[in-house]
Design a protein around this ligand. Structure first.
Ligand code: SF4
Length: 135
């Protein structure tokens, strides 16, 4: 059976970079890599729901974090060892300094939306690499 890629964003509820992670995950799962990816809830993984942990282990996993606390990465690593790839949404700003994100979380501001789109494309590219040879 074809593998898929689980995209696990951090919860980052009160931070714009956390919100960028969540929105980018939706963009990848609903549009850019629709049908090849799924999003899952980090708290359910932390809780260790067996069926979900088994699914993650059988497939590929990308974690997305909004700051260097890297909650998604470390929480996922506790249950499946290493995710197959990991991204920080803050890294996008290093190459796009003019896009300082607005602090608004909902809805995202214009710069934050642009960062989210760039981030989503990077994630989608990685999904392609991870599935290369697996389909
Ligand atoms: S990685 Fe940072 S933004 Fe995301 S949930 Fe953890 S503390 Fe919040």
């Amino acid at each position: 059976m074809s593998k898929k890629v689980y995209i696990i964003p951090c919860s980052g509820m009160g931070k714009v970079y956390g919100s960028i992670c969540r929105q980018a995950a939706y963009r990848v799962v609903n549009n850019l890599r629709h049908g090849k990816t799924e999003i899952e809830c980090l708290p359910l993984i932390v809780k260790g729901k067996k069926e979900l942990v088994d699914e993650l282990k059988k497939n590929k996993v990308i974690t997305l974090d909004g700051c260097t606390a890297m909650c998604a990465y470390y929480d996922v690593a506790k249950v499946i060892d290493e995710p197959d790839a990991h991204f920080l949404s803050t890294s996008v700003i290093k190459e796009n300094r003019e896009l300082k994100p607005e602090p608004t979380i909902y809805p995202l501001g214009e710069n934050a939306k642009e960062i989210m789109e760039i981030f989503a494309k990077e994630i989608a590219e990685k999904v392609g690499e991870l599935l290369d040879g697996e389909e």
